[in-house]
Design a protein around this ligand. Structure first.
Ligand code: UT7
Length: 332
């Protein structure tokens, strides 16, 4: 049997209608549009409706995929959902999406790797495809970050947004799709970026609510440093071991946590501005949805065409990080 690769053959996205811009935050906390733009590159972010959960946004992203491509939900074998904002502990968001979209022949599961969630899920999905046993795998990155954000904490509330995304992976015998990957984790990062309450260590109680333990906590400065160093190291290793020169890369699509992190990575990877995908200004940090939003916006803006080489890099809570070298498969 020939070696199989996994290629992306369809995609879809959903961003909620409601938008919070930086001036809205000036009314909510002690901040300014200038601070947010200068320190993060964010201008606005989309916020889900009260009755809209991560599975709803993922399902709407699948509806967008169906409008763009001919995808039959009954042909889906497997659903992987990268999210740290599942609708509930159980059942999984994958099960809820499966029911919503009518993928009645699929099984699936959720995967928790924070902002590296999409890269971790893509790595899993491609291994299922490469096994030859799976023909159609849906990967979702869907997050309602507003559900775990403290809108009284200026150091985190300005950063995050909500979105749902999905891509479909299918096998190919050609040298395209996911060419190589690096995925890493170092649990020493647990003290820098976490949500403390609600799990088995600190089950939900009046006390955990009073202490705001159900919100994101981040110590931004060290996270910034680890993010740049690890994304650059993973990207560099991937480029070097595949004999690719920086100039061969059509597009660098990094996790969108902070424009200064993206600029620092691009500069250390020696990339030109036109090789770098930045859309953090429109969405903020949507955690597991940032990279697929980058892929889809790049395609929609004619910045990705068949056979283009793209480098994806991510870094997030855990710590988790990784990089994927992707040869894009869909013509404009
Ligand atoms: O996505 C997963 C991984 N996450 C990341 O990669 C995020 C990494 N970290 C970052 O992006 C940045 O560290 C932040 C954007 C979170 C913060 O930017 P910073 O330049 O590192 O600021 P800082 O935390 O060092 O704070 C500098 C000052 C502080 O004031 P003092 O102590 O110098 O008086 C903060 O209180 O800025 C203050 N500050 C703000 N001021 C106005 C923090 N947030 C705000 C705000 N508006 N929203």
């Amino acid at each position: 049997m020939k070696n199989l690769n996994a290629k992306i053959t369809a995609f879809g996205k959903y961003v909620p209608e409601k938008v919070l811009d930086n001036f809205d935050f000036e009314e909510m906390v002690d901040t300014t549009d200038k601070w947010i733009r200068d320190r993060t590159g964010i201008v606005e972010r989309h916020i889900a409706a009260d009755d809209e959960a991560s599975s709803d946004m993922g399902s709407k992203a699948f509806a967008d995929m169906q409008e763009r491509f001919d995808v039959d939900p009954e042909e889906i074998d497997l659903i992987l959902v990268a999210t740290i904002t599942p609708d509930m502990f159980f059942p999984s968001t994958a099960a809820l999406i499966q029911d919503n979209i009518g993928a009645k022949n699929a099984w699936g599961f959720d995967l928790s790797a924070a902002c590296s969630g999409f890269v971790f899920a893509l790595e899993n999905a491609r291994r299922f495809i490469e096994s030859g046993d799976y023909k159609k795998v849906l990967v979702f990155g869907t997050e309602k970050m507003s559900a775990i954000t403290d809108y009284e904490d200026r150091s985190t509330c300005v950063l995050f947004g909500d979105a749902g995304t999905c891509v479909l992976l299918e096998p190919t015998e050609d040298e395209e799709g996911v060419l190589d990957s690096i995925v890493k984790m170092d649990g020493m990062g647990k003290d820098f970026l976490y949500m403390k309450g609600g799990g088995s260590r600190n089950p939900a109680s009046h006390e955990t609510v009073d202490k705001k333990m159900h919100y994101i906590y981040q110590n931004g400065r060290p996270v910034f440093k680890y993010a740049v160093n690890n994304m650059v190291d993973a990207g560099t290793e991937l480029i070097e071991r595949n004999g690719v020169s920086n100039q061969d890369l059509s597009l660098f699509i990094p996790h969108q946590a902070n424009k200064r992190i993206i600029d620092a990575c691009a500069s250390r990877l020696d990339l030109d501005d036109d090789q770098v995908m930045i859309n953090i200004d429109k969405y903020g940090n949507t955690t597991a949805a940032t990279i697929p939003l980058g892929i889809i916006d790049a395609y929609d803006n004619s910045r990705l065409d068949k056979n283009d080489l793209a480098l994806l890099t991510a870094f997030g809570g855990g710590f988790t990080w990784g990089a994927i070298l992707l040869k894009w498969s869909i013509e404009q």
